[in-house]
Design a protein. Structure first.
Length: 254
């Protein structure tokens, strides 16, 4: 029943969105060259589907996103578990982390392009940076907030330190870590597109630049909608994974 209600909400939400878009198109003074109608954007999307252009760029973007996001999350979580456990070390590292954290990943783009050139690597590095700091700091905080009673019980049962991380620390900290991973997903997806608009010759971000250069506003809007839909799908898949892990460890389903 909940799934049906959710599907109904999605359909109504998209219907309202398209209706508002159509009304704005009909009441605006802009022509199709500047602000296409939903029908024009749909026709542009169908054109890209028929010639396979959209699938090539989606595949390229998904490869870059998976490489950057997954490697960033794994690195940040592992490092966060260690630094959260060894608080004395983190006290010396934290000032540098706080210095680098507010810097936009795009600020590093000139150096990244100079070092790695144009292609997959710049986008992957941008995604890695975008997801890294939120997950790292949240993991450190989550480890620091673990109830000491868990560690005392583990000690009484003779669980040694290497096992504590997997059996006690990570499961106890996972809900807070999961929230940061979820937030980092949206941030990383945003910066994927931004990175591809500057340092790539393919992908969804490049598709936007290419459409702009060719004065194809309909293709541009179609690409924007596709980017949003993929982001929505990724967000939903991550929620399913988080819910599965929570159930596996006896937590409440999200």
């Amino acid at each position: 029943m909940k799934k049906l209600l959710s599907l109904k909400n999605i359909i109504v939400s998209f219907a309202i969105f398209i209706l508002i878009w159509q009304v704005l198109y009909m009441t605006s003074d802009f022509g199709d060259a500047l602000f296409p109608s939903p029908l024009k954007a749909w026709q542009a999307l169908v054109e890209m589907v028929e010639n396979g252009y959209i699938f090539i760029n989606i595949g390229t973007s998904m490869y870059r996103f998976a490489a950057g996001y997954i490697s960033s999350v794994i690195t940040a979580v592992l490092l966060g578990l260690v630094l959260g456990w060894f608080k004395g070390i983190f006290k010396y590292i934290n000032p540098v982390v706080q210095l680098l954290r507010p810097i936009s990943p795009m600020a590093w783009m000139p150096f990244i392009v100079l070092w790695f050139g144009i292609g997959d690597v710049p986008a992957i590095v941008i995604i890695f940076i975008a997801a890294f700091f939120p997950v790292l700091l949240s993991t450190v905080s989550a480890v620091g907030n673990i109830d000491p009673i868990y560690l005392k019980v583990a000690k009484n049962f003779g669980i040694k330190k290497p096992e504590i991380f997997w059996k006690i620390v990570f499961p106890a900290a996972f809900p807070q870590i999961a929230n940061s991973i979820h937030l980092a997903l949206g941030t990383a997806w945003v910066f994927l597109v931004a990175g591809e608009m500057v340092g790539s010759q393919s992908g969804l971000g490049y598709l936007i630049i290419d459409a702009r250069n060719n004065l194809r506003a309909d293709t541009l809007l179609a690409a924007i909608i596709v980017i949003g839909l993929i982001g929505l799908i990724l967000d939903s898949l991550l929620k399913l994974i988080e819910g599965y892990v929570m159930r596996l460890w006896g937590g409440a389903d999200k």
